[in-house]
Write a protein that binds this ligand. Structure first.
Ligand code: PRX
Length: 573
């Protein structure tokens, strides 16, 4: 394999990277040796919220700004001490309501300070925090709230309308906590009122390392989204990878653009960076190149963590970065989808810095493979495994394959941030493991120098703008439309979004393809799932390719779409 355009790092980097000598650390590091990097209580207990925030509220960092919040027309900031007190208050609010350990408390909010306060407060009680994008429609909400059996939901006055559309189908949901209303219905709680009277001291629940802390729903090829549950111990990995990969130092101003509805927004938007005592910038607003550059400029952002689609959109916006002083940026990282070599080189041109790719998943809770500040970058490659992570390429029988050969990207399941369970679905959890390996579901290649190259998904999961979308969910939403009897959905390569969703649909009797029908279907799916999950392309077909047992063969749809060979068709109808 030819490797071109390696970007070497200068001999002296300022500030000195936290991870100086990758090879030495990789050769000697063990997770258990790092447990004391986060706050522990007697008897080997911890609480990730205490590790992230409270311990700094009692240290010399207590008056340091933990959160710089930028809304559409105002801003706020919170010190570690303030975040600690506010989350204590919220933990008391939940305790008053009768919360118990392991109860599920879900948050359905835009990126406002209350989201961060309530997330930390939930963890402090020992309950499990669940997060949901504010773009979710009733169906996306129902899938999550119903499957998790959420007891409480925190939302605002405008988003709660979507919850009321499905409220009657959620028998476990006891209370809706509304962050921006004081006059609320009987089974609602006013957040401002309850916070006013709550104490700002709280006896934080001391959890076992393997006790659950938070959960997120993520998509696979089949079935509805699955609840991935993470443990309190995950903070050890989130802390260390924040140090090594994001390279946060004491005086950094760090901006993670991810929403906490996505695992990146939790592991590297809340837990990891706060645990490292960093100042975190949160922007509550949509993507806009000019606004984004203004935020870097306004807050003097030094370390920036975002995703390839965002960088591609910034690249497409052209030279407007020249209108802003972006000189504060010293380190840039990217995750969620393949980072094209072209974008890494654009980073060099626009910011004088390469973009550092890294790889992980909702299920792994923390970074697994990365390019480190102290290591040369091979644009297009994901980098090398984090110290403490054993990664390998294996064939379908679980045997390791030689360097340079494509196979399944697998990991030894012995790292602290690996998911604890799939909620109420042990069989699904087991499907991730084979012969002592955890299977990522991704195909990759390892070069003899140790770098990994991403090849693609091993299954039909779609990655559009870094969002993971299960074809089954979109197909289910499509066939709920009266005009559609069958649907098959694939990811189609797209230069901006990585992939876009393309739907092949069979119409029912009496329906004809038309532009009106197409936009109606699009709107229908959009309001049911979430904004990103609707098909950008449609094609009406007579029939869909199926196996003899009736399963839609999406690989044939994809081959047809891309003009590729269709492969083995012996098991097809
Ligand atoms: O297919 C891989 C892709 O995103 C998947 C994980 O998606 P999600 O669970 O939403 O995780 C988001 C948090 C990281 C992976 O299985 N992926 C993630 N990072 C990369 C990537 N594909 C290529 N390069 C990456 N750096």
């Amino acid at each position: 394999m030819i490797v071109e355009n390696i970007i070497e790092k200068p001999e002296t980097i300022v500030p000195r990277p936290n991870l100086q000598d990758y090879d030495e650390m990789y050769g000697t590091f063990e997770w258990t040796s790092a447990y004391d990097r986060v706050e522990w209580n007697d008897c080997g207990r911890l609480n990730a919220a205490e590790s992230a925030v409270d311990r700094h509220a009692e240290s010399s960092l207590k008056h340091k700004v933990a959160l710089y919040w930028q809304g559409a027309d105002r801003d706020e900031k919170y010190t570690f001490l303030e975040l600690s007190s506010l989350s204590n208050r919220f933990a008391n609010v939940l305790t008053e309501l009768g919360i118990e350990k392991r109860d599920r408390v879900f948050i359905f909010l835009p990126r406002i300070p209350e989201l961060y306060v309530s997330f930390l407060g939930i963890l402090k009680t020992g309950a499990i925090a669940g997060t949901m994008f504010s773009a979710f429609g009733p169906e996306g909400l129902y899938d999550r709230l119903h499957d998790s059996g959420a007891r409480y939901l925190i939302t605002n006055s405008s988003l709660k309308r979507r919850v009321y559309e499905i409220r009657d189908d959620l028998p476990d949901l006891e209370r809706i906590i509304v962050v921006d209303e004081t006059d609320v219905a009987e089974d609602e709680v006013s957040y401002p009122e309850a916070m006013k009277s709550a104490s700002d001291t709280f006896d934080v629940a001391k959890m076992l390392p393997d006790d659950p802390a938070f959960m997120l729903y993520t998509s696979g090829t089949t079935g509805k989204p699955k609840g991935v549950v993470h443990r309190h111990l995950a903070i050890v990995q989130q802390h260390l990878t924040t140090e090594w990969v994001l390279d946060l130092h004491d005086d950094d101003i760090y901006w993670c653009t991810a929403d906490p509805g996505w695992v990146t927004g939790i592991s590297y938007g809340i837990l990891g960076p706060f645990s490292c005592g960093a100042s975190v910038v949160v922007h509550d607003g949509r993507f806009d190149p000019d606004v984004w550059y203004s935020i870097v400029e306004r807050y003097h952002v030094t370390v920036w963590y975002s995703a390839p689609t965002a960088f591609r959109m910034l690249m497409r916006a052209g030279d407007i970065y020249k209108n802003h002083d972006l000189g504060s940026i010293r380190h840039i990282c990217s995750v969620g989808e393949p980072l094209n070599a072209e974008i890494v080189h654009w980073g060099m041109r626009a910011f004088g810095l390469p973009i550092h790719d890294n790889f992980w998943q909702t299920e792994t809770g923390g970074i697994l493979i990365a390019n480190y500040p102290s290591m040369p970058i091979k644009p297009g490659w994901m980098g090398k495994p984090v110290p403490g992570i054993t990664a390998a390429i294996i064939d379908d029988d679980g045997n390791e394959v030689p360097n340079g050969v494509e196979g399944n990207l697998a990991l030894k399941p012995d790292f602290p941030s690996l998911m604890l369970e799939i909620w109420k679905n042990p069989a699904k959890y087991q499907e991730y493991f084979m012969g002592g390996w955890y299977l990522t579901g991704d195909r990759a290649v390892q070069h003899e120098d140790g770098y990994f190259l991403f090849v693609g998904r091993a299954d039909d999961v779609i990655n559009t703008s870094g969002e993971r979308v299960g074809p089954f969910e979109v197909e289910s939403a499509l066939i709920a439309h009266p005009a559609i009897v069958e649907a098959g959905v694939i990811g189609k390569p797209d230069p901006l979004r990585g992939e876009i969703i393309k739907a092949f649909v069979v119409l029912g009797d009496g329906y004809e393809p038309s532009d009106e029908l197409e936009s109606d279907v699009r709107r229908f799916v959009k309001t049911r799932l979430a904004g990103h999950a609707y098909p950008r392309e449609f094609e009406v077909v007579e029939t869909l390719p199926k196996t003899r047992s009736g399963k839609i063969v999406r690989r044939m749809l994809r081959a047809k779409e891309l003009g590729l060979p269709v492969g083995d068709v012996s098991s097809l109808e």
